[in-house]
Structures are given as structure tokens and as C-alpha cells.
Design a protein around this ligand. Structure first.
Ligand code: HEC
Length: 154
């Protein structure tokens, strides 16, 4: 194949990829990007304990998948990630009393991605959490208050 044909084909591919993307709304693109970064961040920061599919591990690490605790504490999720969690809790009828480490150096970009991923993967909200929301969440955790009290809408 000569060079101009190769150049033509690759330009067409780029253009069609561009058109393909263009058919998605901006919101959908933002969501997909956030979800994919969140998946990577989840695997780095969470999956060791909660496992890649969120099933948890025995009596030590509670599940995130179908977790009745997460369902009723969705407002606290950013602060659970930021500050960790300690002390007895009950998840789906099993008792856990261990310690989850804090992630105090997490920035709003990674926080937004993990929130998008966790909320969406386990069936709550299929939309991107923005950097602004994640920054407000982190600030609220630093100040020791939950999402609800800080007035962050979710
Ligand atoms: C070193 C292990 C470890 C890591 C890493 C970890 N957790 Fe946990 N997580 C725990 C433990 C242990 C508990 C239960 C704490 C207790 O007994 O009070 C928990 C509890 C939770 C809970 C509430 C209970 C439930 O199952 O619904 C959520 C939500 C949660 N973790 C999310 C996360 C997310 C998101 C990440 C990643 C940012 C993460 N955890 C990273 C060990 C871990």
C-alpha cells in the first residue's frame, strides 16, 4: 500500500472516531471518563480489601456490592473514603469491627472518579461526580460534617 492510501485510511479512521464520539452527549462522555478513571483508582485504593467485584473478604472486609450499609450511608461515602472507618458496623446482617485506612491525601480529581465509580458500579447514580462536588465533599470531611449537612446535593 502506498503512503497516501495509508494516510487517507488513517485520516478517515480518526474522523469516524471523532464523529462516533460526537454522537455521545457531553454529559455521557464526562460520565464514561470519570467511570474509567474511577475503576483504576478503585483497583489501586480499594480492591485489595473490598475485592475487584466488591464482594469483600470474609469477616474482615465488608462487601460494597449489595451492601445495605452503603445504601443507607451514601451521604457518608466521601468521608468514609477520606477519613476511613473504625468500630463495629453491621453489613447485610454480619458484624464487622475492623479498621479501614484513611485517604487524606486524595485530591478532588481522584475522589470524584472513585465516587462516580462506586455509586454507579453498585447501582446508585449513573452520572459523573464533578470535581467541584468532590472538592466540597473533601472540605466537608475536613470540617467533620457529612454531605447532607454541608448542603452538597446528590
Ligand atoms: C485495608 C483495607 C481497606 C481498604 C484499602 C478500603 N477499605 Fe473500605 N472498609 C474496610 C473495613 C475493614 C471496613 C469496615 C470498618 C469497620 O469495621 O468499622 C470498611 C468499610 C467500608 C464501607 C462501609 C461498609 C460497607 O461495606 O458498605 C465502605 C462504603 C467502604 N469501606 C468503601 C471503601 C472504598 C470506596 C475504598 C477505596 C477508596 C475502601 N473502602 C478501601 C477496609 C478497607
Amino acid at each position: 500500500m502506498n503512503r497516501s492510501i495509508i494516510a487517507f485510511i488513517s485520516t478517515s479512521l480518526i474522523i469516524s472516531a471523532f464523529w462516533g464520539c460526537n454522537s455521545l452527549s457531553e454529559k455521557e462522555i464526562e460520565y464514561r471518563q470519570s467511570f474509567e478513571s474511577g475503576k483504576v483508582a478503585y483497583h489501586t485504593r480499594c480492591a485489595n480489601c473490598h475485592k475487584p467485584n466488591g464482594e469483600g473478604m470474609g469477616t474482615l472486609y465488608p462487601p460494597l456490592s449489595h451492601s445495605d450499609y452503603l445504601k443507607t450511608h451514601l451521604q457518608q461515602l466521601p468521608c468514609i473514603i477520606f477519613s476511613g472507618l473504625k468500630g463495629p458496623i453491621s453489613v447485610n446482617g454480619s458484624n464487622y469491627n475492623w479498621e479501614m485506612p484513611a485517604n487524606k491525601t486524595i485530591d478532588e480529581i481522584e475522589m470524584s472518579a472513585i465516587l462516580t465509580y462506586v455509586q454507579s458500579r453498585w447501582g446508585y447514580k449513573k452520572e459523573a461526580v464533578s470535581y467541584e462536588e468532590a472538592r466540597k465533599d473533601i472540605n466537608a470531611c475536613v470540617a467533620g460534617i457529612s454531605r447532607q449537612e454541608s448542603g452538597v446535593r446528590r
